[in-house]
Design a protein around this ligand. Structure first.
Ligand code: CO
Length: 210
């Protein structure tokens, strides 16, 4: 079992290595942050943020929750989003799902999971939106994988419904990216979604006067 003391030893080593490479590293870090990216990912312990993107501290503002959800009444997420977009002025927002996501899998079962039910309900709604396509996939793992992708798509659309994102697109062409991490091989997959097309029919409903 991992001892907590080990973590502090690891931390000491990390500080030493950082300072060896750059004596002013922490001095620079302490002066503030100007991340270019807001990363929205799953809390899953296998799906890190900086590690899998090869980024350093200071490069990504990070929010993680079960199944990388963008929920308009989640005060936690909406605070992160508004701070990142309106104050830190990030240029890119990434929603990164991952194959084998436990949250997505759970939403495909009828199990009563207590307090998780209202959270997973949002993923069930994604399933309902794409029920036809998903039910046509017989292989359960492939169906799960597809729901992971469609969930990323819908969470990106949820981002595009917010005033903060609409303002930033207008002001500085902020870009929303739809990615999936494949735990089985470590690769990041860009779903390359065409949001202009996806939003065509719903823009008139969700566009705000920004
Ligand atoms: Co997950």
């Amino acid at each position: 079992m991992l001892k907590m003391e080990q973590i502090f030893a690891n931390n000491s080593n990390w500080v030493t290595k950082r300072l060896e490479a750059d004596p002013s590293y922490f001095e620079r870090l302490s002066q503030g942050q100007t991340p270019q990216i807001l990363y929205v990912g799953c809390s899953d312990s296998r799906v890190t943020a900086e590690d899998l993107m090869g980024l350093e501290p200071g490069q990504a503002f990070v929010h993680r929750n079960i199944a990388n959800m963008v929920i308009s009444i989640d005060l936690n997420f909406m605070s992160v989003l508004n701070y990142a977009v309106r104050h830190l002025k990030v240029q890119d927002i990434v929603v990164c799902g991952h194959y084998g996501c436990g949250g997505v899998k759970a939403a495909m079962t009828s199990q009563d999971l207590g307090i998780l039910n209202p959270w997973l309900r949002n993923i069930r709604d994604v399933y309902r939106l794409h029920k036809k396509e998903l039910n046509a996939i017989n292989d359960i793992d492939k169906r799960n994988d597809r729901l992971v992708e469609l969930n990323v798509q819908e969470q990106c659309i949820n981002l595009l419904k917010t005033a903060a994102v609409q303002v930033a697109i207008k002001e500085r062409q902020l870009t929303v990216h739809s990615w999936v991490f494949d735990v089985r091989c470590g690769k990041l997959v860009d779903l390359n979604l065409d949001f202009d097309n996806l939003l065509k029919e719903i823009t008139e409903i969700y566009s705000l006067d920004v």
